[in-house]
Structures are given as C-alpha cells and as structure tokens.
Design a binder for this molecule. Sequence first.
Ligand code: BEZ
Length: 296
Amino acid sequence: MLGCDFIAVRRSNSRGGTCCCAPTPPSIGYSYWIRGLPVTLPSSTTSSQQWNAAVYADNAHFVPALGQPVVDLLLPQSGERILDLGCGDGVLTEKLVALGAQVVGIDNSPDMIAAARLRGLDARIGDARAQVFGNEFDAVFSNAVLHWIKDDPDAPIAGAFRALKAGGRFVGELGGHGCVGAITVALMASLERRGVKDASSWIPWYFPTAEDYELRLRRAGFVPRTVQLIPRPTPLPTGMRGWLNTFANPFCAALPSEERGAYLDEVTALLKPVLCDADGRWTADYTRLRFTAIKP
Ligand code: BEZ
C-alpha cells in the first residue's frame, strides 16, 4: 500500500516548474456530504499532499503528541477565542478546548475535518492561505502545517494577522531549515535514478531559517517575540516506511503508480544506515521552527 489512494496530476508551480497535487476535488464552492456531515470546499488547496485521517492516525500520531511545547508557548486562557490554523484531526484542538478556550479549527482536508468534528469540535473546511476571519481572535495557533504552504508562505501569516484582535498573538511551530534533510535527499536521489529530471521541484515543503521567518512576520506587521530553530530527532513509531506512506506521496506522484512501491523500498534502504539503529528503531531528522509574534 502506498498509504493513500490518490491520483496525481501535474500542474505548474509558482516557480514555473511542475509539482504534483492531489486529485482535483469537486469544483470550488461545491457542497457535499462526508460521513454524514455537510462540507463546502474551500477556494483552493494548501499543498500537493493528500490527507487521510486513518493513515495519519496510524503513522503520524506523534505529530500532535509532540505538539505540547507549542501549546505551552500559547498558554491558552479560559474563555479566550483561538483559531487553530490547520487543525487536522483535532487532537491538539481538543487540548485547547479542554483548557477552557473557545476554539475554531480550520483545515483544507475534508477527511481531517470529518475526524475533528467526530471529536465534537467546531472544525471547518478552510484554506489557511485565504481564511476569512477579521479582528476576532485572541490567538492564532498552528502546529505542523505551515511548512506545507510552500507556494505562498506569507499568505497564512497575513491571514493570521487579519484574524487577530489588536494585541493578539500568533503562536506556531513548523518544520525548520534542514528538517528531514536526509530523507529529502534520499527521495530526490531515487527519483533521479529513475529518470526524473529536476527532482528538487517535487519537494512539497518550505522549511525556513529563523531569520527568514522573523522577517516575514515583521513584514506582515507582527512584532516577533521568539523565533527559534530547534533540532528534534523524532522516533518513528511505524518506521520509515510508515512515515513515507504518510508524507512522501508528493514525490511518488512523479512516477507511474506501478513503480512507487519499489521506489519507497529503495528510499528506505538508502536511509537505513543513517536513520535506523541496531535494534531496528527509526528516527527522523526533524528540525522545528517555533515562534510567537504579537499583532500590535
Ligand atoms: C511534520 O508533520 O511536521 C512534517 C511533515 C513532513 C515533513 C516534515 C515534517
């Protein structure tokens, strides 16, 4: 299994190259039902990644589980109104609600939003690049999402600024410069070995330096308080293949479907000497960028 059922299509990316993207969903503004819940599609998608709540829960439950430091940095207060940008299946959103906050979660994945609503959360389909809230939240929170918005990293920052009241805070964590460097090199090298030209154009992630992100926050009007790059080697509960099945489908889309299994086997074998220990335990080379910024 490749982790997700998806059909790749190619489209031009903002650099004029090509990237892969998930199957084009029904047209913009189209309303339909998923697991008995009405949903309306957002005006656009936020990345080439296709999300599947069950696969994510199996292979990537460590992502929200390791999100506690950014919740601690947010320090949610009872009664505060908080926007969770890219809430996914709502694991962290639920924590914020348990701390007494009134939380609205948005995510562009209908499957993730359905899973979040099953937790009883106020979760809405929405695009972090184009959300429509204005001057109404005490805080905007985001964990492990902003690195997927490679085509326009300033858009979610501008959206967070618009959504906040004056004095409100934007607190988040994303992959930082060098994150999954070894994994990315292996994914690109194996693509090139299979004849894919310009393998770097298939990288779906934006992993900024602290200086880059601080500048973007300032340009949007924020006053940054902390912007930190934090190396965080991350144990992978279902090994490298589970991780690749969950997160590497944008690279797989460069290949015909019948080649993808062998491709991921080859990437896993390349990485084994550096990311797998003698007992068979895998650790991914994660780096996080964690920040707090205030809307003056
Ligand atoms: C994350 O969920 O934090 C992540 C996903 C893909 C690559 C790197 C990090």
